[in-house]
Design a protein around this ligand. Structure first.
Ligand SMILES: NC(=O)c1ccc[n+]([C@@H]2O[C@H](COP(=O)([O-])OP(=O)(O)OC[C@H]3O[C@@H](n4cnc5c(N)ncnc54)[C@H](OP(=O)(O)O)[C@@H]3O)[C@@H](O)[C@H]2O)c1
Length: 229
C-alpha cells in the first residue's frame, strides 16, 4: 500500500524555490515565511518527509568515507531504527550523499537507492547508523519503494518536500494526494532556476481541484489542492 502523500512547498509568486533570491516585501521576509512553512509541516503531522538528492545535499554535508572492504552488506533493505518518531528520507539513485550523523534534526535518515549502488556505499550508510532501501531497478521504482516504507516502517502519511525534480516525478506517476503550496509575496525572476515542479510537462498526467485558500499572515497565502491521478 502507498502512504498518503502531501506535496508541501513554499514558492514565490512566479514559482521560484530559493527564498534567498526573492524580492523583499513590506509584509514579511524569508524568516517569517520559513516559519510559516515549518508550522504547516508540523500541522500536517506526517510520519516522514522525503526530498530529492539535491535538496538533501544542502543538509547532509559529509564527505565520502566508505570502508576498505564492504564485508557482508544487507540488500535490499537495512533498517537501523524502526521506532523513530519521524523519518527524513532522500532519493539518491547512485549513492552521492554522505552523512555525518544518522538524523536530521532528530528525524532518522532513510536513503532510497537504485539497484546499481555499490556495496561499499551501503556499508558506509550502515556504519553511520542510517537506514536504506535499494530499489529493485537501476532507476528508483517509486511505487515499490513506497510500499516498503508503508510495510516496514509503518509510514502512513508522507510529506513530499521537493525539489522540483522529485515533485515532478511523483506528480507524473500519479502518487500525490494533496498539493499544499505556501505562496510568499515575492518574485524570483531568475531564469534557469528550479520551479515548483519539473518533469518536462504534466498536461494529461494529473488534475488538481481546490480544497482551500487561506491567508496566513506576512502576506503569504496557503493554497491546498486535491490531486487526481
Ligand atoms: N521552496 C521550497 O519549498 C523548497 C523545498 C525543497 C527544495 N527546494 C530547493 O529545490 C532545489 C533542488 O531542487 P532540484 O529539482 O534541483 O532537485 P531535487 O528534486 O532535490 O533532487 C533531484 C535529484 O534527486 C535524484 N532522484 C532520484 N530519483 C529521482 C526521480 N524519480 N526523479 C527525479 N530525481 C530523482 C536525482 O539525483 P541524481 O542526479 O544523483 O541521480 C535528481 O537529480 C534546492 O536548491 C532546494 O533548496 C525548495
Amino acid at each position: 500500500m502507498k502512504p498518503e502523500i502531501v506535496c508541501l512547498m513554499m514558492s514565490s509568486l512566479d514559482g521560484g524555490l530559493h527564498p534567498s533570491k526573492w524580492t523583499e516585501s513590506p509584509d514579511g521576509g524569508r524568516k517569517e515565511w520559513t516559519a510559516l512553512y515549518q508550522k504547516a509541516h508540523e500541522e500536517l503531522q506526517g510520519d516522514a518527509w522525503i526530498v530529492g538528492r539535491v535538496t538533501m545535499a544542502e543538509m547532509a554535508k559529509g564527505e565520502a568515507h566508505p570502508p576498505k572492504s564492504a564485508g557482508s552488506v544487507e540488500r535490499p533493505n537495512h533498517f537501523a531504527d524502526r521506532e523513530a518518531d519521524n523519518y527524513a528520507i532522500a532519493l539518491d539513485t547512485s549513492g552521492k550523499l554522505h552523512f555525518t550523523r544518522p538524523d536530521i534534526d532528530g528525524d532518522h535518515i532513510v536513503v532510497i537507492l537504485g539497484s546499481e549502488v555499490p556495496d561499499t556505499h551501503l556499508a558506509e550508510l550502515a556504519a553511520d547508523g542510517i537506514s536504506y532501501i535499494v530499489s529493485p531497478s537501476a532507476e528508483i521504482d517509486l511505487p515499490a519503494v513506497l510500499d516498503v516504507l508503508d510495510k516496514e516502517l509503518g509510514i502512513r502519511k508522507l510529506l513530499l518536500e521537493g525539489g522540483a525534480a522529485i515533485n515532478g516525478a511523483f506528480f507524473a506517476a500519479g502518487l500525490i494526494d494533496e498539493f499544499y503550496l505556501l505562496v510568499a509575496p515575492a518574485l524570483d525572476g531568475s531564469s534557469g532556476q528550479p520551479v515548483v515542479t519539473f518533469d518536462g510537462g504534466l498536461a494529461g498526467k494529473t488534475q488538481l481541484s481546490l480544497i482551500s485558500a487561506e491567508t496566513m499572515g506576512n502576506g503569504a497565502v496557503a493554497l491546498r489542492y486535491k490531486v487526481h491521478a
